[in-house]
Write a protein that binds this ligand. Structure first.
Ligand SMILES: NC(=O)c1ccc[n+]([C@@H]2O[C@H](COP(=O)([O-])OP(=O)(O)OC[C@H]3O[C@@H](n4cnc5c(N)ncnc54)[C@H](OP(=O)(O)O)[C@@H]3O)[C@@H](O)[C@H]2O)c1
Length: 253
């Protein structure tokens, strides 16, 4: 029996990953802070799909978060065949206006914990059948983002890190993918205070569609979800950086 770990499984894209993997019979480890939400989802998936689900309520923005989770996994002798580093958050506002503590928590959750969990769990995944890691980046990864400077920078890190691991771990049998969604319907926009932004006013994909595209393309190094976002990323690649960062700033307004 082997489990796929999904961080940020209590809402949005993470809970959709859980539902769609459960439909394939995959056993799951669900992680987030809200234990009640995780247990409610676990109960449904166990009843409807007959899979095994283990829930760990851990604050992954705490510097000890990844160690606490990895210890729980090893003391319970749970074998891991998949890791979806999905938990993350953003916040709109000027860098010097937003509280430093919140921005450091963002770096801890979006970057440091993601790296630590990958380092702690990947070695034992090599013994599993078709092991995979999906790191959730964003289309924000492709350019700088004035008024969400730290969020965009964390996602640029996730993209670069995941692309490198895609090459490093492929010979060892682990597929690593960077998922780059554009605006997506979930709790994210409200948490990040961007529900009224030009970005979200232009339309958003569903979390279910994002998770579906990510799982179907998990062997690809980079997965940009939806045609509109793919065109946007392509446009960014052929445009000068002064232009892409100005457009990103306008999209957050
Ligand atoms: N929605 C978008 O437009 C969009 C676009 C591009 C990329 N993304 C990325 O997609 C990922 C998932 O976001 P989403 O859209 O599904 O957002 P969401 O609905 O807000 O879900 C975020 C998940 O992360 C968990 N989480 C937040 N802080 C945590 C912490 N300190 N410790 C443990 N878990 C924590 C939340 O659970 P608890 O609150 O229960 O802890 C929740 O399950 C994020 O990495 C985000 O940056 C989202």
């Amino acid at each position: 029996m082997s489990y796929t770990v999904i961080t940020g499984a209590s809402a949005g894209i993470g809970s959709e990953f859980a539902k769609q993997l459960a439909e394939t019979g995959q056993d799951l480890i669900l992680v987030a802070r809200r234990k009640d939400k995780l247990e409610e989802l676990a109960k449904t998936l166990q009843a409807e799909q007959g899979i095994n689900v283990v829930c760990f309520a851990v604050d992954l923005a705490d510097p000890k978060g990844s160690e606490i989770l990895a210890t729980e996994i090893s003391t319970n002798n749970l074998a891991i065949n998949g890791l979806i580093n999905n938990a993350g958050f953003g916040d709109r506002g000027g860098f010097i206006d937003l509280p430093l503590e919140r921005q450091m928590q963002m770096i801890q959750l979006n970057v440091t914990t993601l790296v630590e969990l990958t380092h702690r769990l990947a070695p034992n995944m090599r013994q599993q059948v078709k092991p995979f890691i999906i790191n959730v980046a964003s289309t924000a990864a492709f350019q700088a983002g004035p008024n969400m400077a730290i969020y965009y920078a964390t996602k640029a890190f996730v993209l670069s890190f995941s692309e490198a691991l895609h090459e490093e771990l492929r010979p060892q049998g682990i597929a690593v993918s960077a998922l780059c969604p554009g605006p997506t319907l979930s709790e994210f926009a409200e948490q990040a205070n961007i529900t009224d932004s030009n970005l979200f006013k232009a339309g958003a994909m569903t979390s279910a569609e994002v998770a579906k595209q990510a799982l179907a393309n998990r062997n690809s190094a980079i997965v940009v979800t939806g045609i509109k976002n793919q065109v946007g990323v392509l446009f960014g690649k052929v445009s000068p950086r002064f232009m892409t960062r100005k457009i990103a700033g306008w999209l957050q307004a």
